[in-house]
Design a protein around this ligand. Structure first.
Ligand code: ASP
Length: 325
């Protein structure tokens, strides 16, 4: 029996060594980071900026792979199933927390399928419509939507997406269910909004600031507590008459469960550097967002955020009572 335990201990030590050896010299080849939405959307934009800066520090290319569909859960599932070797990562947002409640069945166990690298940014959302949509302000939008609830269409990136959450909060605030049109990301949803094929959308400023500034969409409000420097004329949702309507879309980097902590720590250091990168800071500011703090760009901070946010959104989602199978 004793021998069995000794060899078990030796085996465990060997495994530990193997994990360390896996971390030594990391990364030795390109890393893939999965964006669980289409190319050209807000999550994709944030990821490409961060990936470029992190690859400078890591000395390896970071390839962005867009795995859109099912509100971000397909891409998250793809990373949950990947080898835990540090060569497949996930950059996902608040949807990681909301989908844990929204989906009756997920292909992965949100709190047990991932290791954590750190928080990246928290992005406000904007409530928008196609350029020629009749209402000119939030009050007009609310009246119009209530009077035309069967014909107004709302774009989102599927159940579990940030645009879904924001749309759900909007419909709950108005006590008016609307027809939703799901896309694989709000990149293609924006294309349809610009083309007039869909009426309204709530999406991150990382996808909407340029369009709002150019006047190619009609914007009604931003979901941050205060107005944004880049969109000074856009009222907050609160100012526009939606009391308590605030939502910030936090983003984090994850790795599959079992990825050695030496690797997630190494990635976290690299993420911290990326968040201080001049190009990242300048582009984030132009897009109406800011990098997370250095303390938040850590595995412990992301883990705590995810756990808290699952608890925070569960009662809201349960009250809305819309789940996905
Ligand atoms: N972040 C967007 C959403 O959750 C989707 C995307 O990034 O394309 O709606």
């Amino acid at each position: 029996m004793k021998r069995f335990f000794t060899s078990l201990a030796a085996g465990a030590a060997l495994l530990g060594l193997a994990a360390q050896a896996g971390a030594q010299g990391y990364p030795e080849r390109p890393i893939t980071v999965v964006v669980p939405f289409s190319a050209g959307g807000p999550t994709d934009t944030v990821t490409r900026l961060i990936a470029e800066a992190m690859s400078k520090d890591l000395g390896q290319q970071i390839v962005v792979e867009n795995v859109g569909g099912a509100g971000g859960t397909l891409g998250a599932g793809r990373v949950a199933d990947a080898e835990p070797d540090g060569y497949t990562l996930l950059l996902h947002h608040i949807g990681m927390a909301t989908s844990a409640t929204l989906y009756r069945k997920l292909a992965y166990d949100t709190l047990n399928a991932f290791e954590y690298v750190g928080l990246v940014t928290e992005v406000p959302m904007t409530i928008l419509a196609r350029k020629d949509f009749e209402p000119t302000d939030m009050k007009g939008l609310i009246d119009y939507v209530k009077a035309n609830k069967d014909k107004v269409t709302v774009a989102n990136a599927g159940i579990g997406a940030a645009s879904h959450l924001c749309g759900m909060l909007f419909m709950s605030a108005l006590e008016t269910p609307l027809v939703t049109v799901p896309y694989k990301g709000t990149g293609p949803a924006m294309t349809d909004l610009l083309g007039g094929q869909v009426d309204i959308m709530c999406d991150q400023t990382t996808n909407t600031t340029k369009q709002i500034q150019a006047g190619t969409v009609k914007a009604y409000a931003v979901t941050s507590p205060a107005r944004l420097d880049v969109l000074p004329d856009l009222p907050t949702a609160e100012e526009a008459g939606l009391a308590g309507f605030q939502v910030g879309i936090w983003h984090g980097v994850y790795a599959p469960k079992g990825t050695p902590s030496e690797i997630t720590e190494r990635l976290s250091k690299s993420l911290q550097l990326a968040l201080k990168d001049e190009n990242v800071m300048a582009r984030f500011a132009e897009l109406g967002t800011e990098p997370s703090s250095q303390e938040d760009a850590t595995p412990a901070a992301l883990k705590a955020k995810l756990e808290n946010e699952i608890d925070r959104w569960k009662p809201v989602i349960d009250a809305a009572g819309q789940y996905a199978d």
